[in-house]
Ligand binder design. Structure first.
Ligand SMILES: *Cc1c(COP(=O)(O)O)cnc(C)c1O
Length: 428
């Protein structure tokens, strides 16, 4: 782990500074917070992301799936955690691939100087396939994409690297079973003519997060193996077969194959409603923090926030928390937990665009004064993103991914130089 892997969150918000170390900016390796504080003062609100947790999780998942290789999925800005620093931390801890939905997301990582193998799998007619080929970005293909990919390869006189996707049940992208032989034949033809190389065959699991639905995952795996056989019989000889997401990684060792695509797990979150992350030795990487913006005494029966959904039961004090749905804190999260000064409270009344209120249940002005530390969720308070997600009727994936751009990502490293103990296997 080297110090330059600690990223200044502000840099990501300033065009032109992306990936360019500034003169006079010497990362300490301990925390980018320190650097951020020096320039602009403390962050008023932050999504603090611990890169040591990311490394720990990647190493844990790697040891779980060995000898399969691990692709760290860092789409959607690393599930809201910051794609570039997360990608670097994951590679440090032994991930050998990076996974993205869009080619444009992969190009951003290339621009930041990351040269690891990358796969992007969700395309449109407007996807910059040529840029992907130039930048050595692997492309998922379900059928129609083969044509524009081959055209780009021809133009650039450079073979494109393709992973063919079979739909084994999810019904999203991926080639249907019926069309598979035809797509395999087309890909084999293009490979024969030197325009593409089929380096992978992949699919995506649909219900592996629901343990009682094992039979449906069995069926997906069977279909997948049959599709690989068809591809081999059709003259393709892929390096990697991959189907496992985080649920598959944690619950279905028979889905690991040559490569796994780990998203949620590397952020330290669990895909299962009934099994916490700690059961798998995963550590949540993100904490959402701010400070109390106001603390005031009110009488009994005082309305709180739009619609007066909450009324104070007795004379009390209200703390104002300066985060709302404009920051990605879901309005639907009624009664969600929140920690102030290390004590656990609940959201009172509706969450608004910029703020919400907590009934402190005391008339003591020393409790939760202006400036007191607030954590919505994170390892310090022990409140999980799962609790917020369940209060909002959603899943932890959506909760962390949607923390808004108004909340700066601050990357810290609680264990700089930590040896992850991850074997440094050959890159694929
Ligand atoms: C997002 C995504 C993943 C990662 O899934 P997790 O459940 O977060 O591990 C893997 N594969 C594909 C195709 C995806 O879109």
């Amino acid at each position: 782990m080297s110090a330059d892997h600690v990223t200044d969150p502000r840099a990501d918000h300033q065009p032109g500074f992306r990936g360019n170390p500034r003169p006079g900016h010497t990362p300490t390796g301990s925390s980018s917070t320190t650097a951020a504080l020096k320039r602009t003062g403390p962050a008023e609100r932050a999504a603090v992301v611990d890169l040591a947790a990311i490394r720990h999780n990647v190493a844990a998942l790697r040891s779980w799936v060995q000898p399969a290789a691990l692709m760290a999925v860092v789409k959607a800005d690393g599930y809201g955690h910051g794609a570039v620093p997360v990608a670097r931390a994951a590679l440090d801890a032994g991930a050998t691939w990076l996974g993205l939905a869009h080619v444009s997301e992969a190009l951003e990582l290339r621009e930041a100087g990351i040269s690891a193998p990358m796969l992007a799998w969700l395309h449109t007619r407007d996807t910059p396939f040529g840029r992907a080929v130039e930048e050595n970005i692997d492309l998922g293909a379900s059928g129609w994409e083969l044509e524009p990919i081959a055209a780009a390869a021809q133009r650039l006189e450079r073979p494109a690297r393709v992973h063919l996707k079979i739909d084994t049940g999810l019904g999203r992208n991926g080639c249907t079973r019926e069309d598979w032989p035809q797509v395999v034949a087309h890909a084999a033809e293009l490979q024969e003519s030197g325009l593409i190389r089929v380096v992978g065959i992949f699919s995506h699991l649909a219900v592996a997060d629901e343990e009682e639905r094992e039979a449906e995952t069995d069926e997906q795996l069977e279909l997948f193996h049959a599709a690989v056989e068809t591809a081999r019989a059709g003259g393709l000889n892929p390096d990697v077969r991959h189907i496992a997401n985080t649920p598959g990684i944690l619950d279905r060792p028979d889905s690991h194959l040559d490569l796994v695509r780990a998203g949620l797990g590397i952020y330290g979150l669990t895909p299962f409603t009934d099994r916490p992350a700690a059961d798998f030795d995963l550590r949540p990487a993100m904490s959402v923090t701010t400070t109390v913006a106001q603390n005031k005494a009110v009488a009994a029966d005082h309305g709180v926030s739009y619609g007066y959904r909450y009324r104070t039961a007795a004379a009390t004090r209200l703390a104002l928390i300066p985060l709302g749905y404009g920051d990605g804190v879901p309005r639907a999260a009624l009664d969600a937990p929140v920690s102030i000064g290390g004590r656990r409270y609940e959201v009172a009344g509706r969450i608004a665009m910029d703020q919400f209120v907590v009934d402190l249940g005391t008339e003591d002005p020393a409790v939760a004064p202006v400036g007191a530390a607030v954590e919505l969720f994170g390892p310090k308070s022990g409140i999980t993103a799962d609790e917020w997600a369940s209060a909002a009727g959603t899943i932890n994936y959506e909760l962390v991914t949607r923390i808004g751009s108004r909340v700066p990502r601050i990357h810290v490293d609680t264990q700089p130089g930590e040896d992850t103990g991850a074997p440094t296997g050959p890159g694929l």
